[in-house]
Design a protein. Sequence first.
Length: 256
Amino acid sequence: MTQRPYIVGNWKMNGSRTMLAEARSIDRAAQRYPDVEIALAPPFTLIDALREAVSAIGVGGQDCHAEVKGAHTGDVSAAMLADIGADFVIVGHSERRRDHKESNAAVRAKAKAALAAGLGVILCVGETLAERDAGKAEAVVGKQIDGSLPKGEGIVEAIAAARLAIAYEPVWAIGTGRVAAIEDVIAMHAAVRARLIAAFGDSHAKVRILYGGSVNGENAGALLAAEGVEGALVGGASLTADAFLPIIAAASRPID
Ligand code: PEP
């Protein structure tokens, strides 16, 4: 069975309670697109309220701690996210890898904790511009996948339940207005798929591979039509319903 395209908005460190109105508009419109899975990841402070405000879209966190609880001031665990009704969590976003020096091993531990808490996981990978210019993009992303994909007990079941997605986000395309060339996106998604097949065998098909990096209403149609692109992780263009809805519309396919 083919899966629905997955369109996820990452609000990053943006959003106050007034933005719940945008979430409500996105949620109302989402009901017109049952063939698209739609979700928002607001800052921690808004997850609870957003959960209450919406019904048709998923709600998730942008990060979690790898431990269930304990002396980690300022952190939030996957179990806590699940407790307030989150559906999923983003792990390994390049801004966290950069700002918090998160290693592949740390990202893997977070992903494992999130799956153990019953959450879906969106695992982010992507190369820097210097790495792409040096011809190392696929090697870098391959290493990130191998090092940060959760392994071990429960992973096959989690994948079978479609609780794992990979977001390929070239670092140089995030928030810059620069979008990767379609042929490079296709090539990287194929490389990521090959890694998933190597890691999970037949179960790989349930893992969706999303593209992220300056996706907007204008470029979404071409990106989402590209081979191997099964959704998008969207930053700036997910902050308002006006900007986000054209991306959702681009992912929607007419129902027979
Ligand atoms: C992101 O935050 O993951 C992202 C892709 O941001 P933007 O769409 O703003 O480039």
